[in-house]
Design a protein around this ligand. Structure first.
Ligand code: BGC
Length: 882
């Protein structure tokens, strides 16, 4: 029997995805050891079997694809190439692997994917909605339509799949039950071009006899308030539903039920629902049984039918938005009589569930805020026009429990008014909502403030990875700002598996690309500009990150022409390869203005370089050379225009130096000079940073790379303003938009732009993982790993990172003059390990010179570090007198 086995089977980055539309989906798995773990373990071969039914896969019949034994250590990005995959097909698959000694494993547990509706003609459904007038509801916004249809099933069902899309979003119900746990389906797209759809297996919800299907339809991104421009209907007016239920009967026949003119509609208890504004629910208007068969819908009206919508339907390739967890309130206070403020203990995103016993018609109002005024009331000015208010009207039937489902916002505090008497602490529960991206990174160290900082980064990720990577979750904005997204993406990739999430967002970003090649400021596009330096550049940077972190070349191929068009756009819109002075520059810095042309030209060079690497990765050698050449020319132009012989750079801000050093824009001889200017500026500010969104990501990486860990750690551990730990010291539980979102001497920043949940400055997470912990990929996809911890300012660090190639662990600890380093390297991988040591004789494992131990090869000494190569397994190094 082999010593390894495959686990965590995924298709297109997801576990058992439904309704995918890739006809060559990529498969992956992780490997784990059986019994005693062995060093240097590898997968020497694999066999994948794909079957059209569970029975076949269980009988080892790969009627769709049987790779046979393939000699290869690959475990991801393996493209299906069996029989053609067609709409609605069900594919069951499993894998077996051979270990380094050529011994096979058992088959893995079977996994599944199903195919979506691949051809537009597969859709028989019509777009339906309900546009009846709603005057008299006493609300500002329209009520939510409830749609329903009853139908009969005469014979036994073998399998039923529900495909659903919407202009807007919906909740689908079958025979009284919610279909799936996903929220805001089908998700946010650039609706002018495309709507997503999702698929659900509903076999168990159907029955022979009468059935009822229902849907609640909401405006959401499509027709609600969306974008900071104070308007509704970003993409269209009336929301619509498109739904198709495909049934395979046990007798081999098929049936289909679709949304069409035979459905009926009515407004129900949800009087209004909007992302920014909130939800109003009148429980007196509930319609018990509306989603079950036998309900009397004689007073319901016919639905509106839209014949042609004319946009593309695409299977949603990302994780759905879901309820991620619940938080209990940690305290409650009453700043004014009858006004109760609950503290959730954490700035979170989602909504609140309430529990109340009130008489019929009583209105309970919930208002939300991230922070408090000094008098204990909630501070709402920074929400701008977002009302962020939910209202519940009691039906008066004992204890009532309610939570909304068609709104969300960022908040830590919930203000409750209208409650009968003094509410108990458990009257309010925080429901955390976000895209369900798998968390893959963990970190802990000897400094509690740093540990909290990391938690804050994770909470800002969780709060802003909601369908698209957003800037903030609370004010009337919440857009897919491209600059914020690219700045934070690499950090995010250490904490969460962002492969599927970003694969989806890249569709939105490319749908929003302008014809001239310019990428937008926000995607899906709702407004704002195009081709903005460091913002539009996300169109190149995000695919590059997916390539780097997940070894994803298909994403490069998919968008290659579009990315090339963007580079052409930049060339056309530059003068002598200098990109003009426009855009947002180094957004919200701490007292230093970086010239926009310097930043813009540096980023022009950056994306040209990434483009050359990506061209090469997909075998376009000539293009690769061409883009490298472009990079070199931009670099020359940059030096001529902005760099003085003494290494000073126009603007002389920290960001200027950091950009030039990080992006290799300077000739070798000027680098030490530029570094000195950078460090002097930091010193002049009494060891504080001055960078904004753009410079911050690169600041500590540059200092570490050029040998100034001392300065990097000094900035990192700085507790006075401006610094990462200043907000932490003052109770922040998420990353703030501004270094001075709040200051002890000045209070809150300008409410016009002051979010307490903006992840951009959390981009320091990348340095924490890659440099403090010291885990980085060496080439695409973590098949080769670089372990290079920088130890300066902490006593111990413990981190794990579940990469696409397997889980990596690093733990280092200083003990007197000894340094202990424990490593975990995944099966198949090779790691180059850099340990600070006077020589290999100072590095031990189990009391023996490490390089005499099995599986540890000493390579060389390099810059005061002993360099080793190791394979998979666990290692415990001790460096003496390091
Ligand atoms: C957003 C930012 C965004 C910026 C562009 C702001 O309103 O919140 O995070 O990148 O606009 O300047």
């Amino acid at each position: 029997m082999g010593k390894i086995r495959p686990t965590y089977l995924r298709c297109e980055y997801r576990v058992n995805p439904m309704g995918i539309d890739s006809t060559e989906p990529r498969l992956s798995w992780l490997l784990e050891s059986i019994g005693q773990e062995e060093r240097g373990q590898i997968q020497s071969a694999y066999r994948i079997l794909v079957a059209s039914s569970r029975e076949n896969v269980e009988k080892d019949i790969g009627d769709l694809w049987d790779t046979g034994k393939v000699e290869s250590n690959r475990t991801f990005q393996i493209a299906y190439s069996g029989k053609p995959l067609r709409s609605g097909m069900e594919c069951w698959w499993k894998v077996m692997v051979w270990d380094k000694d050529g011994e096979p494993s058992d088959w893995s547990e079977p996994a599944r994917w199903t195919m979506g509706l691949l051809d537009p003609s597969d859709w028989k459904a019509k777009w339906i909605g309900y546009d009846a007038p709603w005057e008299g509801f006493g609300t500002e916004l329209p009520p939510l339509p409830f749609l329903r249809k009853e139908f009969s099933i005469e014979k036994g069902i073998k399998r039923a799949i529900l495909y659903v899309s919407a202009l807007g979003s919906c909740e689908v119900r079958l025979n009284g039950q919610r279909v799936g746990e996903d929220i805001f389906i089908p998700g946010w797209s650039y609706f002018r071009k495309r709507a997503y759809y999702r698929a659900y297996d509903v076999t168990d919800l159907l029955k022979v006899g009468r059935n009822a299907i229902g849907a609640i339809l909401a405006d959401e991104w499509y027709a609600g308030f969306c974008g900071g421009w104070g308007k509704r209907n970003a993409y269209g007016g009336e929301p619509r539903l498109l739904l198709q239920l495909s049934m395979d009967f046990q007798d081999g026949t098929e049936g289909v039920l679709v949304s069409d003119g035979t459905w009926k509609a009515k407004y129900g208890p949800i009087l209004e629902a909007d992302f920014y504004m909130g939800e109003t629910y009148d429980a007196r208007r509930e319609m018990p049984g509306w989603d079950s068969p036998g309900f009397d819908d004689s007073d319901w009206e016919p639905v509106a039918v839209t014949d042609k919508v004319g946009i593309q339907l695409t299977s949603h390739p990302g994780e759905p938005v879901r309820k991620l967890m619940e938080l209990r309130a940690t305290s409650m206070h009453e700043p004014k009589p009858g006004v109760f403020v609950f503290d959730m203990g954490q700035n979170m995103v989602g909504w609140a569930r309430i529990k109340v016993k009130g008489e019929r018609g009583r209105r309970i109002t919930l208002r939300f805020a991230e922070v408090l005024n000094p008098d204990g009331t909630i501070y709402r000015e920074n929400l701008r026009r977002a009302r962020c208010t939910d209202t519940y009207i009691c039906k008066g039937e004992g204890e009532e429990i309610w939570e909304p489902g068609f709104t969300f916002r960022g908040f830590r505090y919930v203000e409750v008014t209208g409650y009968p008497g003094r509410p108990p602490l458990d009257a309010v529960t925080g429901v955390v909502v976000g895209s369900d991206v798998p968390i893959v990174g963990s970190f802990e160290c000897s400094n509690p403030l740093v540990n909290r900082l990391l938690q804050n980064i994770i909470w800002s990720l969780r709060g802003n990875y909601l369908e698209v990577p957003t800037d903030c979750p609370q004010r009337d904005e919440r857009q897919g700002w491209t600059g914020d997204a690219q700045i934070f993406a690499r950090t995010a990739s250490y904490l969460a598996d962002i492969s599927a999430f970003m694969t989806k967002w890249l569709i939105d970003l490319n749908d929003s690309q302008r014809d001239d090649g310019a990428y937008p400021d926000v995607a899906p596009f709702t407004g704002a500009g195009f081709g903005t330096p460091a913002w539009g550049d996300a169109g190149i940077i995000i695919p590059y990150i997916l390539y780097l972190v997940y070894g994803d070349k298909r994403i490069i191929e998919r968008y290659y022409e579009r990315m090339a068009r963007y580079i052409d756009y930049l060339v056309r819109n530059s003068r002598d390869l200098l990109r003009p002075d426009h855009g947002y520059g180094d957004w919200v810095p701490a007292g230093a203005e970086t010239p926009k042309d310097v930043l813009a030209t540096a980023y022009f060079a950056y994306v040209s370089k990434l483009m050359s690497e990506m061209a090469e990765a997909i075998g376009r050698k000539e293009d690769g050379d061409r883009y490298r050449d472009l990079f070199e020319k931009i670099k020359d132009a940059f030096n001529k225009a902005y760099v003085l012989p003494d290494g000073r750079i126009k603007g002389e801000t920290q960001t200027c130096y950091v950009l030039a050093l990080y992006l290799d824009l300077l000739p070798e001889s000027l680098r030490p000079l530029a570094l000195n200017h950078l460090v002097s500026d930091i010193e002049r500010r009494n060891w504080h940073l001055s960078t904004g969104f753009v410079g911050t990501r690169m600041l500590l990486p540059v200092l570490s790379r050029f040998g100034r860990d001392d300065v990097a750690y000094r900035l990192f551990l700085q507790e006075t303003y401006p610094s990462w730990l200043y907000p932490v010291k003052h109770g922040a539980t998420t990353i703030w938009e501004r270094w001075d979102s709040w200051r002890e001497d000045r209070g809150f920043q300008d409410p016009g732009m002051n979010s307490f949940n903006h992840y951009a400055f959390g981009s320091v997470g990348e340095w924490i993982f890659s440099t403090v912990v010291g885990i980085d990929t060496d080439g695409p996809g973590f098949r080769r790993i670089r372990i290079h911890p920088h130890l300066d300012g902490l006593d111990f660090v413990r981190a794990r990172y579940k990469s696409i190639a397997g889980e990596i662990g690093v733990e280092w600890r200083k003990r007197g003059d000894k340094l202990e380093v424990d490593l975990l390297i995944p099966i198949n991988a090779k790691a180059t390990v850099y340990l600070p040591a006077k020589g290999p004789e100072y590095v031990l494992e189990g009391g023996v010179r490490a390089d005499l131990k099995e599986g540890i090869a000493f390579l060389r000494m390099e810059e005061g570090r002993a360099v080793y190569e190791i394979g998979s397994g666990s290692y415990s190094f001790v460096v003496e007198g390091y």
